[in-house]
Design a protein around this ligand. Structure first.
Ligand code: HSE
Length: 441
């Protein structure tokens, strides 16, 4: 059978990786897919770079629309990124009856509903394994491997840049700004790292996993997004003394009143596998009612790891594109007419979790009693208290100290209100640090 023909939009790091892996492993991939898969056309504004990357025999153009207009192209890979031109091109490719493979988590997390509806109406597939956790086949696992389960929760380290920064902060006792510069020098962090360090990239990814896990629409706008820019090396050290590590987690959970969807730094018990995922690696834990807890680990970015996911999608499409559209795996795992419309994303005030609190207080009689008394009155149960020596915190003769409190599970709204009261106490001398704690048990 004639090879399926693929057009590639954007040949940067992932594009060239896709090209190389497809070429290197073409025989094995063909034996798996049932027919050859060939990238025959590449669009990139930098045609010289693109020609150098693909060599002879591939048509290189600067106009992405020429790829979409080519009737011989069956699948379009979108690797441009962002919500602008990438969205237009994906919608045009769908309208032209092309299947689409994309690594664009931002696009799908924000415009997924519109894109999947258009694809459904046109009878084409939009595949996005590479959009979440790079080379880890987590979309496949959630959509297919765990399909028997009622998924209870997912917690993931799904941004390598921030995990690298947190690992370095812990290992070397350095502050955030110093490690960020080092990460940029080593090429881990982008020149503009905002999406990574502010948690936005992780929120795009957890939004997609949440939709697939619970059969709800993609709702990035409802995600709680908090990054790592305000984390102090001090808290990483105190967390360690208490047996925890701080990780930036993407969490989605089936709770009593709805779905939790949140990204924020969290204390994780040091004995959990997730706490030991270091450097730029990614890992996702999924808890299903039947299977229990499962863990997926690997490279979340990079040329060939991400290409591995892109090509897996190409193979899936090649196998399924002649199948009846109704028999294909639905984009978000649940059939479009069976999506849940009664599961809302919970506001953070309704989320229940436990907390690490650090209060800089005057080191004087009665302070601990006042603080714990106020928490008790609010119905917040304390799990552990750690008080540092004043000298250790503020130097010799210091009259201030740090009071670290771990709470049991509490509604976030209750903690918000109690912290506002605590902050107003004259003996509380600096803004209170509050970091959520996830036992993941
Ligand atoms: N910038 C991301 C990361 C990879 O650091 O994990 C692409 O989503």
């Amino acid at each position: 059978m004639k090879p399926i023909q693929v057009g590639l939009l954007g040949i940067g790091t992932v594009g060239s990786g896709t090209f190389n892996v497809l070429r290197r492993n073409q025989e094995e991939i063909k034996r798996r897919a049932g027919r050859g898969i060939e990238i025959t056309m590449v669009a990139d504004l930098d045609t010289a770079r693109a020609s150098a990357a693909v060599g002879e025999g591939v048509q290189v153009v600067s106009d992405a629309r020429a790829v979409i207009a080519n009737p011989d192209i069956d699948i379009v890979i979108e690797l441009i990124g962002g919500y602008g031109i990438a969205k237009q091109l994906v919608m045009e490719a769908i309208a032209a009856g092309k299947h689409v493979v994309t690594a664009n988590k931002a696009l799908l997390a924000v415009h997924g509903t519109e894109i999947f509806e258009a694809a459904q109406a046109k009878g084409v597939m939009v595949a996005f394994e590479a959009a979440v956790a790079g080379g880890i086949p987590i979309i496949k696992a959630l959509r297919e491997g765990l399909t028997a389960n009622s998924i209870q929760w997912i917690a993931g380290i799904i941004n390598g840049t921030t995990n690298f920064i947190l690992s370095e902060m812990r290992d070397k006792g350095l502050d955030f700004a110093t490690v960020l510069k080092e990460a940029q020098r080593l090429g881990y962090a982008e020149a503009d790292p905002t999406f990574d360090i502010e948690g936005v990239d992780a929120a795009h990814k957890v939004t997609l996993m949440s939709a697939i896990a619970f059969g709800i629409p993609v709702q990035f706008a409802k995600a709680h997004v908090e990054g790592i820019t305000k984390l102090a090396a001090q808290d990483i050290k105190y967390a360690e003394q208490l047996g925890y590590r701080i990780k930036l987690l993407g969490i989605t959970r089936r709770a009593a009143g709805g779905i939790e969807l949140r990204v924020h730094p969290a204390l994780v018990p040091a004995k959990r596998l997730l706490a030991n995922v270091e450097g730029a690696m990614n890992a996702v834990v999924v808890h299903g009612d039947a299977v229990g807890t499962t863990l997926y680990y690997g490279k979340g970015a990079g040329s060939e790891p991400t290409a591995s996911a892109v090509i897996a999608d190409l193979v899936d499409i090649t196998r399924l594109h002649t199948a009846d559209a109704a028999q294909r795996v639905p984009h978000l795992a649940f059939h479009p007419n069976a999506m849940s419309d009664h599961l809302d994303v919970l506001p953070m005030r309704d989320v229940v979790t436990s907390y690490y609190l650090r209060l800089r207080v005057a080191d004087e009689a009665g302070v601990l009693a006042r603080v714990t008394g106020l928490l008790a009155n609010a119905g917040i149960s304390i799990d552990a208290v750690l008080q540092r020596e004043a000298d250790e915190v503020g130097g010799e003769g210091s009259t201030q100290t740090d009071l670290i409190i771990l709470t049991h599970d509490t509604k976030e709204g209750t903690v918000d209100d109690a912290l506002a009261e605590l902050q107003a106490l004259p003996s509380v001398l600096a803004p209170i640090v509050r970091i959520r704690k996830e036992e993941l048990s």
